[in-house]
Write a protein that binds this ligand. Structure first.
Ligand code: HEM
Length: 403
């Protein structure tokens, strides 16, 4: 078994700049690494694809942090949305019921119905940028697009969008310090208060929107409770944009750093769906924090994982496993293998994947045809990554030349 890995390594600037290099060097010592965790908690990091994928769908592992001992129980029960019970953090049968109800309201038809609106928002954002020579692609395009879409989907009016963006940013503050936890807790309360009002509004005057559908959706005669509605809306809001922004940002950066691939995509736009899957694999928006709790003693390639341990499955490491993706650090939009774990795997597979793919295809397609000379406007070494590590992986900013 390899030496214990300090958790701080996964939040260092070196990790932020190139997590895949850190993973590759760790991988040389084995696929499973013990990590330093808060006192009384055992932690492991899993780097290889086959074990990672299997663990994501293994009923012997729980998503409910209340199973990981007092420290995590306190986090889960302390009103901190990152840890508190939502579809993302509970097990069957609660998960099955919540997911089924949400899926009934958040249907493929509803997503497809958003297409004209996503195209219109994209056109407007591009038109605003097009009058300039340079733009900051995260703030001016990659972030507003999914925020506007998810806010409209959840009934948040345009005037409140900026506040929501700020709240959501605070909700995913990484770390386990008292300050980080307080920040998340306060933001979670504020968001719930806001959605309480939206729900009251829709109860009084139902509309043809997702919130009204979530309020009325039934399964075997059960409805979502008020508390479940509040946490589901908060989860959808955060999950609905903190990720998609980075599909666009990380994907555009990947293309700009691989001019051959960019030229290929321009020449063969039919490769766009395959390119989106490759962006999700090559530098996906969600990385390390796929946490699972071992509900019994397990063993992975000879490493004992005692019951109650916190197992971190790294999606980024799995998707750069050379055993499954040859030359994993090479962007290849013609790669036939789309078995990446960018949207997770198993019963918690991303509910929003169809919406993310829709937004991604429209965003990349429109951006590339509007700006034939799109290029980086700063040396790549000057780019900064948000948070260095944690749940999401994305750029602070992405300055680009438009002509
Ligand atoms: C779950 C990634 C966009 C809603 C997940 C998971 C991943 C993921 C990896 C699994 C988490 C786990 O197993 O612990 C992504 C990526 C996106 C994206 C990479 C964009 C490119 C969205 C959008 C929405 C959304 C647009 C909603 C509007 C959810 C929800 C879950 C989830 C509700 C929980 C599902 C469950 O626990 O059953 N996502 N997501 N995601 N995602 Fe996404």
């Amino acid at each position: 078994m390899s030496a214990r890995l300090p958790l701080g390594v996964l939040f260092s600037p070196e990790f932020g700049a190139d997590p895949y290099a850190v993973y590759a060097s760790l991988r040389e010592q084995g696929p499973v690494h013990p990590i330093d965790m808060p006192p009384g908690v055992g932690g492991f990091l899993v780097l290889d694809y086959e074990h990672g994928r299997a663990l994501l769908n293994d009923p012997r592992l729980s998503k409910d942090l209340r199973n990981a001992g007092d420290y995590y129980r306190e986090l889960a029960e302390g009103g901190d949305i990152v840890f508190s019970p939502t579809m993302l953090t509970v097990d069957p049968p609660d998960h099955t019921r919540l997911r089924r109800l949400v899926s009934k309201a958040f249907t493929a038809r509803r997503v497809e119905g958003l297409r004209p609106r996503v195209e219109q928002i994209t056109r407007e954002l591009i038109a605003t940028m097009a009058v300039k020579d340079e733009a900051e692609l995260i703030d001016e395009f990659a972030l507003p697009l999914p925020i506007i879409v998810i806010c409209e989907l959840l009934g948040v009016p345009a005037a409140d969008r900026a506040d929501f963006r700020a709240l959501s940013g605070r909700l995913i503050t990484p770390g386990l310090s008292e300050e980080a936890r307080r920040e998340r807790r306060e933001a979670a309360h504020a968001m719930r208060d806001y959605f309480r009002a939206v729900i009251a509004d829709r109860r009084a005057a139902p509309q043809d929107d997702l919130v009204s559908a979530l309020i009325t959706v039934r399964d075997d005669d059960t409805l979502l409770t008020e508390d479940e509605l509040l946490s589901t809306l908060s989860l959808l809001l955060i999950a609905g944009h903190e990720t998609t922004v980075n599909l666009i940002g990380n994907g555009v950066l990947a293309l700009l750093r691989h001019p051959g691939q960019l030229a290929l995509l321009r020449a063969r736009p039919e490769l766009l769906p395959s390119a989106i899957e490759e962006f999700l694999r090559y530098d996906g928006p969600v990385d390390r924090a796929m946490i699972r709790i071992a509900m019994e003693d397990l063993e992975i390639t000879g490493t004992p994982i005692p019951k109650g341990s916190v197992v971190h499955v790294s999606l980024g490491a799995a998707d750069h496993d050379p055993a499954v993706f040859p030359e994993p650090d090479r962007l290849d939009i013609t790669r036939g293998n789309h078995r990446h774990l960018g949207f997770g795997h198993g019963i918690h597979f991303c509910v929003g994947a169809p919406l993310a793919r829709l937004e991604g295809r429209i965003a990349f397609g429109s951006l590339l045809s509007a700006f034939p000379r799109l290029a980086l406007a700063c040396p790549p070494e000057e780019l900064r990554w948000r948070h260095n590590g944690g749940i999401v992986r994305g750029l602070e900013s992405l300055p680009v030349r438009l002509r």
